[in-house]
Design a protein around this ligand. Structure first.
Ligand code: PMP
Length: 375
């Protein structure tokens, strides 16, 4: 039976990448030892790490005035490292946050431990849009409602809310919001590398690798170099972006094996044709699933259509009492990890880059059959 893994993260990796890693496990490129056993300062790992950085730069067309770093601590650590590194980069020492879902709310709360933070937009209440009422965390306020402080050190957004299934397909125009000096700081963890993206529209980006970029254990951080050098005195030196950037991710021992795995994923993405090709595939997969959801009253996705995530598709059964049966039968059919996050329940299908359309079709076939037999 084919297994399709819909886990939200750590999640499915491309089969080819796992095969390459398996083939190279005991002896990397004839050097006689495994990547896990190498010195992080040796010639071999230097090549692996630099190539991973360069391939990522190619994929996203990242210019030299941005540092690319492979760090530890996950996106959760970045929620603290962002203020520790950037809050003092402007004199007002205050940060803005759009709180549009579970993860951005965590970022906001963590940020308050290090200094002042203001919520510029939130969707904590329900709202009627075009005659339909959308519940909390199911819609996004229009950008012209956002009240950005022109003196903020950054505006933080989580551009894909993994739990809630909200994706920002556009970024706010900071000049139109009267805040052209405020850099955007983005948590892109769960849609990083799912589409072409203009890094130069941001001050910094972070992404835990374990969705689209590789295994857990490494966090990709991209920062505009002119924002470096303002860290708080309490910022640990191993987490000071200026230090990590200066040493090209080897200020201390980095997560070597996860970096190597990310490097393999980056090469796989380049071989697929790069991010424009990947985006087309991701659109096709998401359209296929949302079309099936919309065609049935048995399944419900509650997110406003403009903000539906291409990566994480949460839905509920109209008869919520059938949720566990759905999950059990899905597992028997080889469709794994479809349980919604514990905070929201229901079903969630995460369809990251490594999930082929065949996996999505298998899910939709199962959903139709389940509706036929239980509807
Ligand atoms: N932000 C987002 C958008 C996430 O999806 C996650 C993890 N699911 C996190 C932050 C936290 O990541 P980590 O567990 O790697 O710290």
């Amino acid at each position: 039976m084919t297994i399709w893994n819909f886990s939200a993260g750590p999640s499915k990796l491309p089969t080819e990448v796992l095969e390459t890693a398996a083939a190279e496990m005991m002896d990397w490129h004839g050097c006689g030892i495994s990547v896990m056993e190498m010195s992080h300062r040796g010639a071999e790992f230097t090549q692996i790490c630099n190539e991973a950085e360069e391939d990522l730069r190619t994929l996203l067309s990242i210019p030299d005035d941005y540092a690319v770093m492979f760090m530890q601590g996950g996106a959760t650590a970045q929620n603290a490292l962002l203020p520790m590194n950037l809050l003092y980069s402007r004199p007002a020492h205050t940060a803005d946050y759009a709180v549009l879902g579970t993860w951005s709310n965590k970022t906001y709360k963590e940020g308050l431990r290090y200094g002042q933070g203001n919520i510029v937009a939130n969707n904590a209440q329900e709202r009627e849009i075009d005659g339909k009422v959308y519940g909390a965390k199911c819609w996004v306020p229009a950008f012209n409602e956002w009240k950005v402080n022109p003196d903020a050190s950054y505006l933080h957004l989580c551009t894909n809310e993994t739990i809630d299934g909200i994706e920002l397909h556009e970024l706010p125009d900071m000049t139109a919001l009267g805040a052209s000096e405020v850099p955007l700081a983005l948590d892109m963890s769960s849609h990083f590398l799912s589409r072409p993206f203009d890094v130069t529209k941001t001050g910094m980006i972070y992404a835990g690798a374990q969705k689209n970029a590789g295994p857990a254990g490494v966090t990709v951080v991209i920062v505009k170099r002119d924002l470096l050098g303002h860290s708080m005195p309490s910022c640990p030196s191993a987490f000071d972006y200026a230090n990590v950037a200066a040493e090209r991710s080897r200020f201390n021992t980095p997560p070597c094996y996860p970096i190597y795995m990310c490097g393999l994923v980056f090469k796989w993405l380049l071989k697929q044709g790069g991010l424009a090709t990947i985006e087309e595939k991701n659109k096709e997969k998401a359209d296929y699933l949302y079309t099936a959801l919309d065609a049935s009253a048995f399944y419900i996705n509650k997110i406003h259509p403009t903000y539906r995530s291409r990566m994480n598709v949460p839905f509920v059964l109209a008869d919520e009492g059938l949720t566990n049966t759905f999950l059990q039968e899905a597992k028997q059919a080889g469709l794994f990890n479809l349980k919604g996050h514990k905070s929201v329940g229901g079903i969630r299908a995460s369809i990251y880059n490594a999930m082929p359309i065949e996996g999505v079709k298998a899910l939709v076939d199962f959903m139709k059959e389940f509706e036929r037999t239980h509807g």
